[in-house]
Design a protein around this ligand. Structure first.
Ligand code: GN1
Ligand code: MG
Length: 350
């Protein structure tokens, strides 16, 4: 399948040797060697990203801005194909792009020490701060309504009406848990009506594996810019809380291991506000803890909705996979609710 892709990007090795790489759920990723240098090759999931050229546009637009304003900032951009396209389109198998692998960098999949959370939060804060002067409204929408919680909730209601009946029957407790927390959606709707919440260039996928680290575990840069779009800071800050605070991920089946680690929260606050404290307004800062609730709740809804819709979006490696993920995320949300007062206290110190 990769033969034509290799040709398009001038990679000479055997396509069968391409190494599957990374842990994303949406795109396919490989590490390939071209003339002794490593590259990251990706097939863009076109079921999800209907307009892959919009992604390329956003990356080019942003790269141009950063090169002009902050030439020292490390921003990884795709290589052009031999015929000078940012994306190679193979009619049969889809859209591909290839970016240089940053030398001496590595990614991590789980946050084990607070310093990693600090470094990542600093990188995402820095990214948004540097882009503060760029007109974010010029960015294309690569995924319409991606973090529109109101719409995600409506899609959940649609799944309750039209989804898999037996799955709906079995998921009663989880469904109730979601419905009971509907106030999180209402708060989001207030945010959308509130002009104090700024629309900024937002990464929208701030999990730890989207940060490159150097040998000393210092953050180098952020990667995976598919969902770089106009948005609210709660998306980025909240997804860091969702994915860095607990020692276990959304895949964990033993819920007794799900925890909110205070010192990791403090590290995210420190790292992010270190860059963003003069960018964010008072009302935005008052929503730092809400950001975590927003993202965890939305992810629980998305997994549960997908389960009720027979796993059409995320796919499933085993029966009930998305149900498990949804239950895991609801558990994480409960842990966060229990700790809310303490976390607000931490925020008040910054
Ligand atoms: C997807 O593909 P990946 O793992 O970067 C999803 C995110 C979810 C995440 C949950 C485009 O991200 O929104 O938070 O799975 N991306 C898209 O693991 O839907
Ligand atoms: Mg991603």
């Amino acid at each position: 399948m990769l033969e034509k892709v290799y040709k398009a990007f001038g990679v000479s090795g055997n396509p069968e040797d391409a190494l599957a790489f990374g842990s994303g759920l949406i795109n396919h990723t490989w590490k390939v060697n071209r003339d002794g240098k490593f590259y990251v090759l990706q097939r863009i999931n076109q079921q999800v990203f209907r307009d892959p050229n919009a992604i390329a546009f956003n990356i080019n637009f942003t790269a141009k801005y950063l090169r002009a304003q902050f030439p020292g900032y490390l921003f990884v951009t795709p290589e052009q194909s031999l015929d000078e396209q940012d994306i190679f389109h193979d009619r049969e198998s889809g859209y591909y792009r290839m970016s240089p692998f940053v030398d001496n960098s590595h990614t991590i999949d789980v946050v084990t020490v607070p310093e990693q959370a600090f470094e990542a939060a600093r990188q995402f804060g820095l990214f948004t701060r540097l882009l503060g002067g760029m007109d974010a409204s010029q960015l294309r929408i690569t995924l319409p309504d991606f973090h529109n919680l109101s719409l995600r909730y409506e899609q959940f209601e649609q799944a309750l009406a039209n989804g898999n009946r037996s799955r709906i029957g079995e998921a009663g407790a989880l469904i109730d848990g979601i419905i009971r927390r509907r106030a999180i959606v209402e708060r989001f709707e207030e945010i959308r009506r509130n002009p104090s919440f700024k629309i900024r260039a937002t990464h929208h996928d701030t999990k730890i594996s989207n940060v490159l680290f150097d040998h000393d575990d210092k953050g180098l840069c952020v990667i995976d810019l598919d969902t770089l779009m106009p948005g609210y800071f709660i998306s980025d800050f909240g997804d860091m809380m969702r994915t860095y605070l607990s020692p276990v991920s959304e895949e964990e089946k033993d819920f007794s291991l799900i925890q909110i680690r205070d010192e990791f929260f403090e590290a995210i606050v420190q790292g992010y506000l270190g860059e963003m404290k003069t960018e964010l307004g008072g009302e935005e800062k008052a929503h730092l803890v809400y950001a975590g609730k927003f993202m965890i709740y939305m992810q629980a809804i998305r997994f549960l909705t997908d389960h009720l819709n027979n796993d059409v979006y995320y796919g499933a490696k085993y029966e009930g996979h998305n149900l498990l993920r949804a239950a895991n995320q609801l558990e994480l949300l409960k842990r966060l609710e229990e700790k809310e007062a303490g976390l607000l206290e931490i925020v008040s110190r910054y």
